[in-house]
Design a protein around this ligand. Structure first.
Ligand code: PEP
Ligand code: CO
Length: 448
C-alpha cells in the first residue's frame, strides 16, 4: 500500500541528518498548508507530450542549473535562462521539423546529492553542503547545520520563479514575433548568434508571408505562447511529501512541487525510499541511468515505477560518459524492448564527463559533451529506437565553466567567470552551438 509517507518505512539515502525534530515538523506542516506550485492537469499534459516523445514524434529539451541558489533571485537570471532554452528550441525545431517539449531544471532545483556526506578539513568534520534547501556553503558549523526552515524559503523562491516563468511564457515574451530579442548581446556577434539570427529572419519572413496571405496570426495561440514545464531532482523527501496532494478530479496523488521529478543516480535503489515515494505520485518521472546500473535493474525500476507501462510516465536519462555509452547503453535499450517497456530515452552528456583541473575546479569539455550526444544518437539509430531528448546543465549567463565551444575556452579562462554553485554549466553560446549540432543529428534521424 502506498501513501505519501510510506517512504518513511524505507531506507532513504542522501538525506540530511536534521538536528531538530520539532523544527523539521513545523516546517513540514507549514509547507503542507501552502498552495500547490503546479496543478495535476499540467502534469498530465506533460505526460501526454512525453508520450509523443516516446513514440518518436517529439524531442525533449530538459535544461537548467545544476543547482539553483538562494542568492540569485532576480528576474534577469530567470529571463536569460528562459531565453537560451527558447533559442535552443527554435534552433532544434526549425532545423529538424520536430516539436520540442521544454522542461527547465528550475523553480525547485535546490537539493544536491553528494559523494561524501561529511566534509573534513584538518580535524574538523561537518555536514557536506547539500544545496540551499538544506544548508549553506561556507565551511562553518552554523552554515552547514541542516536548517528545515530552508525548505520554506525554497518553496517561496520556487513560487516566485514559476510565477515569472508563467508570465514570460504566456504574456508576450515568448511570442514568436520576438524571436530576435532572445538573442542576447554577448551571443549576437558570435558565429552561433549569427546562425541563430538567420533562422530568426526566416521565421519573421514566414510569418509576414502568412499575414500577407490573409491568415490572422493573432488567433494562433501557439505562435504567442509556449508551454514551459519545471522539474527538479526529488531528493529531500520531507519537502516532496509535504507538497503532495490528491487531485480532486481523479483522486490520484501528485507531487505538486514540480511538473516532473527525477530520481538521481545515487537514490534509485529498488527498495529505497525515493523509488517508494515516486511510484505513488502520478507526475511524469525521470530516472538517471549511470554506469553501475545493470539492464535488468533498469527494467525492474521501470516496472516498479510504472506498473501500467503508461507511455510518457518514465524518462530514462542516460549519463554514462563519452567513452562508455556505446558499450553500455544498447544493453539497457534491448532489455526494455525485450520486455515491452515503454520509456522516453534522453541523454545527459554532462555528468559522465566531469573532471577537475587547476587544482580542484570542476569542468567539462564541450567536445566530450557533443561526443556523448553523437554516440547516443548513433546507438539509437543502430537499434532503430528514438533518441528522445537531452538533459543539460546550462545558464543564460556568459560563464566560463565548460571548456571549448565556439570561443574555444581554455583552462586558463575558467577563472574569468566561474559562478556555478555545483557543476559546470554550458554558457549561452555553447548551449546554442550544441543545439545546432543536435538539430543536425535530429534532422538526419527524422528525415527533415
Ligand atoms: C544532477 O543532475 O545534477 C546530478 C546530481 O546527476 P546524477 O544524479 O546523474 O549524478
Ligand atoms: Co549536476
Amino acid at each position: 500500500m502506498w501513501s505519501p509517507d510510506s517512504w518513511r518505512g524505507r531506507e532513504a539515502c542522501q538525506q540530511p541528518r536534521w538536528p531538530d525534530a520539532e523544527e523539521l515538523k513545523s516546517s513540514e506542516s507549514a509547507l503542507a498548508a501552502q498552495p500547490p506550485l503546479v496543478f495535476a492537469g499540467e502534469a498530465r499534459r506533460l505526460t501526454a507530450e512525453l508520450a509523443d516523445v516516446a513514440a518518436g514524434r517529439a524531442f525533449l529539451l530538459q535544461a537548467g542549473d545544476c543547482a539553483e541558489s538562494f542568492h540569485v533571485t532576480g528576474a534577469d537570471a530567470i529571463r536569460d535562462k528562459l531565453k537560451v532554452i527558447l533559442q535552443m528550441a527554435v534552433a532544434l525545431t526549425y532545423a529538424s521539423g520536430v516539436p520540442v517539449v521544454k522542461v527547465g531544471r528550475i523553480a525547485g532545483q535546490f537539493a544536491k546529492p553528494r559523494s561524501r556526506e561529511i566534509e573534513t578539513v584538518g580535524d574538523v568534520s561537518l555536514e557536506a553542503f547539500r544545496g540551499h534547501i538544506v544548508n549553506d556553503e561556507p565551511f562553518t558549523p552554523a552554515a552547514r547545520r541542516p536548517d528545515a526552515a530552508r525548505m520554506l524559503t525554497a518553496y517561496h523562491q520556487s513560487a516566485s520563479t514559476l510565477n515569472l516563468l508563467r508570465a514570460f511564457t504566456k504574456g508576450g515574451f515568448a511570442d514568436l514575433s520576438r524571436v530576435h530579442a532572445w538573442n542576447q548581446e554577448f551571443v549576437e556577434d558570435s558565429a552561433m548568434g549569427q546562425r541563430y539570427a538567420i533562422i530568426a529572419d526566416e521565421i519573421e519572413r514566414a510569418m509576414a508571408f502568412m499575414r500577407a496571405c490573409g491568415i490572422d496570426l493573432s488567433k494562433e495561440a501557439s505562435l504567442h505562447e509556449v508551454d514551459f514545464y519545471v522539474s527538479h531532482e526529488a531528493l529531500i523527501l520531507n519537502y516532496e511529501e509535504a507538497l503532495t496532494r490528491q487531485d480532486s478530479l481523479t483522486g490520484d496523488w501528485y507531487d505538486c512541487s514540480a511538473h516532473m521529478l527525477w530520481i538521481g543516480n545515487r537514490t534509485r535503489q529498488l527498495d529505497g525510499a525515493h523509488v517508494e515515494f515516486l511510484r505513488g505520485v502520478q507526475n511524469p518521472l525521470g530516472m538517471k541511468v549511470g554506469v553501475d546500473l545493470a539492464p535488468h535493474e533498469t527494467a525492474a525500476l521501470c516496472e516498479r515505477l510504472n506498473p501500467d507501462n503508461t507511455p510518457g510516465r518514465i524518462t530514462l536519462i542516460s549519463r554514462m560518459g563519452r567513452d562508455v555509452i556505446t558499450d553500455l547503453l544498447p544493453g539497457h535499450i534491448e532489455e526494455l524492448r525485450r520486455r515491452g517497456i515503454n520509456v522516453v530515452w534522453t541523454c545527459d552528456p554532462m555528468h559522465g564527463n566531469t573532471f577537475t583541473t587547476n587544482g580542484d575546479v570542476k569542468t567539462r569539455r564541450f567536445d566530450d559533451i557533443i561526443a556523448e550526444v553523437r554516440s547516443f544518437f548513433a546507438v539509437h539509430r543502430d537499434l532503430g529506437t528514438w533518441a528522445g531528448g537531452v538533459h543539460l546543465e546550462l545558464t543564460g549567463d556568459d560563464v566560463t565553466e565548460c571548456l571549448g565551444g565556439g570561443r574555444a575556452l581554455s583552462e586558463s579562462d575558467l577563472a574569468l567567470n566561474y559562478t556555478t554553485m555545483c557543476d559546470p554549466r554550458l554558457n549561452a553560446s555553447q548551449s546554442l552551438d550544441l543545439a545546432f549540432q543536435i538539430a543536425e543529428l535530429l534532422g538526419d534521424r527524422y528525415g527533415a
